[in-house]
Ligand binder design. Structure first.
Ligand SMILES: Cc1cc2nc3c(=O)[nH]c(=O)nc-3n(C[C@H](O)[C@H](O)[C@H](O)COP(=O)(O)OP(=O)(O)OC[C@H]3O[C@@H](n4cnc5c(N)ncnc54)[C@H](O)[C@@H]3O)c2cc1C
Length: 515
């Protein structure tokens, strides 16, 4: 691509980097201390977050309304909770101008693509919810290829191990890793493995083996081998090696197709209960209710709820919920999140359609997927745009680069440059590049997170249930967000009906592990 040609490519930067902007309770005025000046609020999520961060004092006005259940956060966890609660008395508060959170689909001239969350697994809770609301997720039907050293290797972990363009001893090392890994009783040893880094199990092999997992890990659970739980790494390796990828199912838009459909199903019936641009700044549990204060349309409002489902990530939850036991608050703050832009590159003709999720060790991106892969074979389907979604998880120290639009554009330019070098046929110009940036979208599956930290962080309060995918695991999964919300909605119904068993149900839900 010549520099002059490059100038014609349109770069679009979108996405909320402020999503994780800390809301510190010390910044709030207590109920008795009314601030003299009206709060400077522009009703926009960035503005609110920035004001809170910068030390503005905000009131918590008296409750003006009673609500049965308040759901905080309109990602897949919050939306599915609303869906499961159905006709019950709920109010959903979402800080962004749109619902969907990290499972959000977008479109380019009518062609749907995802901005994050990629696929479900046949039969998991996300897939089940999808069928319930009328979405049939087709299976991907394609094992993961690797593209490395200008070579396309289909089915990396099966026939591909003999085709990897590395010296023979490196290929043998890949095979030894495969064989050794399959012998480990991963689920039986969950606690022991979750306490140590995955690199303990990759370091003995050729560096190319670790390099491969240093792409797969950050893309799927936000952490390199050194920072990953060995339980998470090995469980994923066994799944991939034994063909678990055959269960992947999705439509264009990734898991954003489910949140999109949930909004379509919910809004006609419950539009007035679903507030966007409504950032919750405090949830205070009293004896018989929880007071929830939020910004909406330029003002602070408080509602009194019998039960609250917190469907926000823990680093936000820890700043919104007042009166958390200190050990629980510390556990919430211990969560680590990978900054994670996704770069969608749009071509006006077919460029690449050989594999769905393509691993590319040693590049700016870890992998890329073909947006319309599972509908390409539909009768009459014509691919007039080829949209490739490049996954570019960053290290935590790189988070601030997402605040600068030029840094985002230069990341996207590096993605393009690396893509063009992968295979000779990739020497093609796109018509547009869209960068979707998120500052804290994926909790990192670090040692101890799954078997220890999350259990302390997500312990239910009397009237507050801690949902969100980060109450589950082992990694960040929409199926876990849905599972927890299903239980959360049952918990809320028990509480509202004054029936026993709510606390036990919440605790049991949390204790379920993939072991
Ligand atoms: C790049 C990427 C790829 C992924 N791939 C997959 C995949 O292939 N398969 C899979 O299962 N999972 C995948 N995931 C993980 C999956 O996207 C998440 O687990 C899931 O979307 C989390 O949903 P959630 O509703 O629990 O949380 P979130 O999506 O984080 O939703 C929380 C919502 O709360 C809102 N909020 C925050 N603070 C406030 C506040 N103060 N007041 C009101 N609202 C607030 C946020 O704006 C957001 O909408 C991926 C994630 C990323 C980033």
């Amino acid at each position: 691509m010549t520099p002059s040609r490059r100038e014609f490519i349109k770069f679009v930067v979108a996405g909320s980097v402020a999503a994780g902007c800390p809301i510190d309770e010390t910044l709030f005025a207590g109920p008795e201390s009314k601030s003299a000046a009206a709060p400077l609020v522009h009703g926009e999520h960035f503005e609110i977050c920035h004001q809170l961060r910068d030390g503005h004092q905000f009131d918590r006005p008296d409750a003006t309304r009673n609500v049965g259940i308040v759901i905080v956060g309109g990602g897949i966890a919050g939306l599915s909770a609303a869906y499961f609660l159905g006709a019950k008395d709920w109010l959903l508060l979402e800080k962004e101008p749109q619902f969907g959170g990290n499972a959000l689909q977008e479109e380019f001239e009518g062609k749907i693509y995802g901005t994050g969350s990629a696929y479900a697994s046949r039969g998991d809770q996300g897939d089940q919810l999808a069928s319930e609301i009328g979405l049939k997720l087709p299976v991907v039907n394609m094992p993961d290829p690797t593209i490395v050293n200008k070579t396309y290797v289909p089915d990396t972990w099966k026939t591909g191990l003999d085709q990897l363009p590395y010296p023979k001893e490196v290929r043998e090392s890949f095979k030894k890793f495969r064989d050794d890994t399959m012998k480990i009783k991963v689920r039986e040893k969950m606690a022991e493995l979750d306490a140590q880094p995955f690199s303990n199990f990759t370091a003995a092999y050729a560096p190319e083996v670790q390099q491969w997992w240093d792409g797969f890990g950050p893309s799927n659970w936000g952490a390199t081998t050194e920072e990953s739980s060995a339980f998470v790494g090995l469980a994923n390796a066994q799944d991939l090696i034994s063909g678990g990828d055959a269960k992947r199912a999705i439509l264009p838009g990734g898991l954003g197709c489910i949140t999109h459909k949930l909004v379509e199903v919910l809004q006609p019936k419950y539009k007035e209960r679903m507030l966007d641009n409504a950032a919750v700044v405090a949830a205070v549990q009293d004896k018989d209710a929880v007071r929830v204060t939020y910004f909406h349309e330029g003002k602070l409002t408080t509602v009194s709820a019998k039960a609250v489902l917190m469907c926000t990530p823990k680093h936000i939850t820890s700043r919104v919920v007042m009166g958390l036991p200190s050990e629980q608050k510390t556990a919430m703050r211990r969560y680590r999140y990978a900054p994670y832009p996704v770069v969608n590159v749009i071509f006006d003709k077919p460029v690449y359609n050989r594999g769905y999720d393509n691993w590319c060790p040693g590049n700016t991106f870890t992998d890329f997927i073909v947006a319309d892969w599972t509908i390409q074979k539909n009768p009459g389907y014509k691919q007039n745009h080829n949209i490739l979604s490049f996954y570019t998880p960053l290290r935590e120290l790189q988070r601030s680069t997402l605040l600068d639009e030029n840094d985002c554009k230069s990341l996207a330019a590096r993605v393009l440059a690396d893509f063009r070098k992968l295979l000779p046929e990739f020497n093609v110009d796109p018509i547009e590049v869209r960068i979707y940036r998120r500052g804290h979208p994926m909790f990192m599956a670090v040692p101890g997170q799954y078997t220890k930290n999350r259990l302390v962080a997500s312990h239910p309060m009397e009237r507050i249930f801690f949902g969100n995918s980060d109450s589950g695991g082992p990694e960040s999964l929409t199926s876990e967000a849905v599972r927890l919300s299903k239980a959360g909605s049952e918990w809320a119904e028990l509480l509202l009906a004054g029936k026993p068993g709510a606390k036990e149900l919440a605790e049991k839900t949390l204790a379920v592990t993939s072991g």
